[in-house]
Design a protein around this ligand. Structure first.
Ligand code: BG6
Ligand code: MG
Length: 218
């Protein structure tokens, strides 16, 4: 494998928990208690699609102005958590892994649904590691659509079947599989069972293991 694409939230940093706390508050305003199980279905999903799902669970319909107000408030709450982040919030093993991949001369891409991705990478000091950043500002179709990963593989000039995607979300693994890329789930097999391999974190596998994986489609 020659191209390496990383999701951000829940793979490089534990912002997944901050998204959860912020959406939990929004859900409360709509009379819904957001559970951990519901939150799994929000991971990897765009801001707009997340609120649509929450409204569906709450059985609520709202006008566009209220919808916009709720997403703006959620993002402000989320960014208040992000503001306190430092390089100490980088998840175990991921930074050395990316640096080793880069030292072998392979390109590294970010493939995230978040519109806050560049801000977060800057905050944790990893912005300059990425050869391309494909985020929520650059895609038309959100995960589970494969668009974000297809643009990333094009930007790094590596055929999609030679790319590996690291993902913590159900929607993201589905997107990587749809792109015919190797999907590495970071988290639990309970909800990432459709990934090609699942690990708890980046300390559990070597760069050699990843680089030597065979493409699914030749
Ligand atoms: C994904 C997160 O990376 O980005 C989702 O897993 C989030 O939880 C989505 O909703 C959009 O993020 P943002 O920062 O643009 O609201
Ligand atoms: Mg994620």
């Amino acid at each position: 494998m020659r191209g390496f694409i990383f999701d951000l939230d829940g793979v490089i940093v534990d912002t997944a928990h901050f998204h959860f706390l912020a959406w939990k508050k929004t859900a409360e305003e709509l009379g819904l208690e957001l559970t951990i199980e519901m939150n799994e279905q929000l991971k990897g999903v765009s801001r707009i699609d997340s609120l649509k799902k929450i409204l569906g669970w709450a059985g609520k319909e709202i006008d566009q102005a209220t919808f916009d107000k709720l997403t703006t408030e959620k993002n402000a709450d989320y960014l208040a958590y992000v503001e306190k982040m430092t390089e100490n919030d980088i998840l175990p093993g991921v930074e050395p892994f990316i640096r080793e991949i880069k030292s072998k001369g392979y390109p590294v891409a970010l493939g995230s649904a978040s519109k806050n991705a560049p801000k977060i990478l800057e905050k944790i000091g990893l912005l300059s590691l990425f050869d391309t950043i494909v985020d929520g500002n650059s895609v038309k179709k959100a995960k589970p659509d494969p668009e974000v990963f297809l643009i990333a593989s094009k930007n790094i000039n590596i055929p999609q079947e030679e790319c590996v995607v690291f993902e913590d979300s159900e929607a993201g693994v589905t997107a990587a599989n749809a792109a015919h890329m190797i999907s590495i789930g970071i988290g639990s097999p309970d909800n990432l069972g459709h990934a090609d391999h699942v690990f708890e974190n980046f300390t559990e596998f070597s760069t050699e293991f990843i680089v030597n994986l065979e493409p699914k489609v030749k």
